[in-house]
Design a protein. Structure first.
Length: 261
């Protein structure tokens, strides 16, 4: 059974945990081993940025809402879930989820594939993951160009992933591209589970610093990331994400009014 979802502004967000997501991925990997034609799965780690993009674009809302799991990736999303009755809900953060899944994959012999990141980042990432999890089986990796793949390129990538025998595919090409890629390829890899992990590749390769834990707990990660990558992220954090608070508050007030009517 999939974790239940709570609608937040424009997307269904899963009331889940690291342990539950890892357990489901382990179950799906076992089903994949028993039947390579089993249904595939994909997991979105959903931040305020993704929710606002879904608000503006119904096609992207469909992508998020079709995911097997959409984890609450940012603290504002966690606080919203709690305000709608998700007592005790914790953050399920993409980079941390990736490490939990790699640890479990190493323990159970599951194979992973890394899709995304820059060409110079992937070798660093593979080395660091292998150092942290010596038994981890990395089936392959691919760094896509900063443009849409041609049909031939896409067929080649699909073939490489299928031939690798991967059980899990980590997708790190940023929102909304990674979510759309998983949605478009959800039937391409029988039984494989895809997980969009955003900037996790750069974080775990040691190329980009993560916000300190205290800033993450207080919901200030956006400020840290904006200060480290202002040219790339200013539009996201100064124009898009500030819209979340009033939209969340309006939804909360509507919920309160309906409960008293």
């Amino acid at each position: 059974m999939l974790p239940p979802k709570q609608f937040v502004v424009s997307a269904g967000i899963s009331k889940t945990s690291y342990a539950e997501v890892v357990a489901l991925c382990q179950q799906w990997a076992a089903e994949h081993a028993a039947n390579p034609e089993a249904p595939g799965h994909y997991i979105c780690v959903t931040s305020v940025h993704g929710i606002i993009l879904a608000k503006d674009d119904p096609s992207f809302a469909e992508v998020l809402n079709s995911a097997d799991i959409a984890t609450p990736d940012g603290m504002p999303v966690v606080w919203a879930l709690r305000s709608f009755g998700g007592t005790g809900q914790q953050r399920v953060y993409g980079p941390t989820l990736m490490l939990h899944l790699c640890r479990n994959a190493a323990e159970h012999g599951h194979r992973i594939f890394l899709y995304g990141g820059r060409a110079e980042v992937l070798p660093l990432l593979e080395t660091r993951l292998q150092q942290q999890f010596p038994a981890l089986r990395i089936a392959g990796s691919y760094s896509p160009p900063f443009r849409p793949l041609t049909p031939d390129e896409d067929r080649q990538v699909q073939g490489a992933i299928c031939d690798s025998g991967a059980d899990l595919v980590f997708v790190g090409i940023s929102t909304p591209k990674q979510e759309r890629w998983m949605f478009e390829h959800r039937h391409a890899f029988g039984g494989v589970t895809m997980i969009g992990v955003g900037a996790a590749f750069d974080f775990h390769a040691g190329c980009t610093p993560q916000a300190p834990p205290w800033m993450q707990r207080l919901g200030l990660e956006w400020f840290f990331r904006l200060s480290t990558e202002p040219k790339r992220l200013w539009r996201r954090y100064l124009l898009l994400t500030p819209r979340f608070l009033p939209l969340w508050l309006m939804q909360r007030l509507k919920t309160i009014r309906e409960s008293h009517s």
